[in-house]
Write a protein that binds this ligand. Structure first.
Ligand code: CIR
Length: 260
């Protein structure tokens, strides 16, 4: 069973952190509707959706992914690179304590969960933006004993590693794992061991998809890349993610998945 930890959209979402996008108005009611649809889809795909307590004063708190990275045996509590986001982690820590032994990224390390792509045996970490070298070093110390190699990866022109590359299949029985990637934002050479699907060039932000069991959830605003993923034989669903995209959030950002 897959548990999906989520958190309500803050009414202060318009005061979110922004790095690559200009600030534009966010329709709060619509953002809530889209987030509700996202949670409903996760439930339909077999997840147990559990909300951690609301944090209305923390504008980016809906983006739970950045607060923690969950492995089979441990969960690593992150230390977000943006100072405004550090108070978000306490509630995630409380929620995760029930399911995993916890490890923590401590100062001066910083690490955003959005920078961490976990694949079988290898963890890729985007470094240089929100995540620093010391954060990568600490993550490595936490996960190496559990059999993971950690590979730091440089990303450009986007917020997190998972803005640029995410999984559409992880070690299927009959083949390799597969990723969807925007090669303009991260060097594909790091991922030579995987089957790669490039985003449609008209949809640079389409590489952030969410794999739930064997279904790939794609953002409704990027239909071309969804078709490319389907053409390679993967089952997809889509959900609108227009409003939170204005806050530089994608589909992986809004859930922390825990196998229970
Ligand atoms: C931020 O800049 O931190 C938020 N506005 C967006 C975070 C999105 N999270 C993610 O991609 N994992």
């Amino acid at each position: 069973m897959l548990l999906a930890l989520t958190r309500a959209v803050s009414p202060r979402i318009e005061q979110c952190e922004l790095t690559h996008l200009a600030r534009t108005p966010i329709d709060y009611a619509r953002a809530v509707e889209e987030h509700d649809a996202y949670e409903a889809l996760l439930t339909r795909l077999g997840c147990r959706v559990e909300r951690v307590p609301d944090a209305p004063d923390l504008p980016d708190s809906v983006f739970v992914e950045d607060a923690a990275v969950v492995f089979d045996r441990i969960a690593v509590i992150a230390r977000p690179g943006a100072q405004s986001r550090r108070p978000e982690v306490a509630a995630m820590e409380t929620a995760l304590r029930r399911y995993r032994t916890l490890a923590r990224i401590e100062p001066p390390g910083t690490l955003d969960g959005g920078d961490v792509l976990v694949t079988p045996g290898t963890v890729f970490v985007g470094v240089g933006g929100r995540t620093n070298v010391d954060g990568v070093r600490q993550l490595t110390a936490h996960v190496a004993p559990h059999g993971f190699e950690v590979v730091p990866v440089h990303v450009r022109e986007c917020l997190h590693l998972k803005s640029a590359v995410t999984a559409v299949a992880l070690a299927p029985p009959a083949g390799k794992s597969a990723l969807v990637i925007n090669p303009a934002w991260v060097d594909s050479a790091h991922f030579a061991a995987f089957d790669l699907i490039d985003v449609d060039p008209a949809e640079p932000a389409a590489a952030n998809v969410l794999l739930i069991n064997s279904t790939v959830i794609c953002p409704a605003e990027h239909p071309r890349t969804r078709r490319l993923i389907e053409a390679r034989g993967f089952v997809t669903e889509s959900v609108p993610a227009f409003e939170l995209a204005k806050a530089e959030g994608g589909l992986t950002c809004c859930a922390v998945l825990v196998a229970i």
